[in-house]
Design a protein around this ligand. Structure first.
Ligand code: AMP
Length: 180
């Protein structure tokens, strides 16, 4: 299905002052309750990455899982979960990071990726980039390289996507919102 920017943006809801004052929370969950919107979003990524030399798709807890899982199924790629601390069993590696609102820690299982892997890293939204930088560290420390970072939404005013590009990592988002 052809991607319609206006249609997808009409599904994304903005909740002001949540989870704390001054934050405009961009809620993508209505995309999942709209089969047409879900298909448009998934298809946009399928078309972008179907001929790319990607070995794995990695995604970030929890909203990042939802699209990335369908994408991995469609592109027939292994899916790597990067989860919030304490969720993954077995031996893990963790990385602390600062959020637009607070602090958090991400984990990956030891051996989830290895040297030579070319990873597409997916999350729902790029704000300051702290989450993605932590995920990138977890992946690259195990030897993988990052082919591209993909998100549904970019908040360019918060500088995350620019910082990622400055490190040489390509960044792709379906839409962008000004402000926080
Ligand atoms: P950051 O690490 O600052 O780039 O923040 C990105 C992560 O926090 C993503 O996993 C988002 O789910 C979440 N997030 C940060 N800011 C927002 C926002 N304004 N609306 C929705 N989610 C956000």
């Amino acid at each position: 299905m052809l991607y319609d920017d206006f249609y997808v943006k009409s599904l994304i809801q903005t909740i002001e002052d949540w989870p704390k004052e001054g934050i405009s929370f961009r809620d993508i969950t209505p995309i999942f309750t709209d089969p047409k919107g879900m298909r448009m979003v998934v298809d946009a990524y399928v078309h972008r990455y179907m001929s790319e030399d990607i070995s794995h798709i990695a995604c970030i807890d929890a909203r990042g899982f939802l699209i990335a899982a369908v994408l991995a199924y469609e592109l027939q790629k292994p899916l790597i979960l990067i989860r919030k601390k304490g969720k993954l069993p077995g031996k893990t590696v963790s990385q602390k990071y600062a959020l637009e609102y607070g602090e958090a820690e991400l984990e990956i299982q030891e051996g989830a990726v290895q040297s030579g892997d070319r990873v597409l890293l997916f999350d729902d939204l790029i704000a300051t980039g702290g989450t993605l930088f932590a995920a990138i560290k977890l992946l690259t420390e195990q030897g993988a390289s990052i082919k591209e970072v993909a998100a549904i939404i970019d908040l360019p005013d918060l500088g995350g996507s620019e910082k990622l590009r400055e490190t040489g990592i390509p960044v792709f988002s379906l839409c962008a919102y000004d402000g926080e």
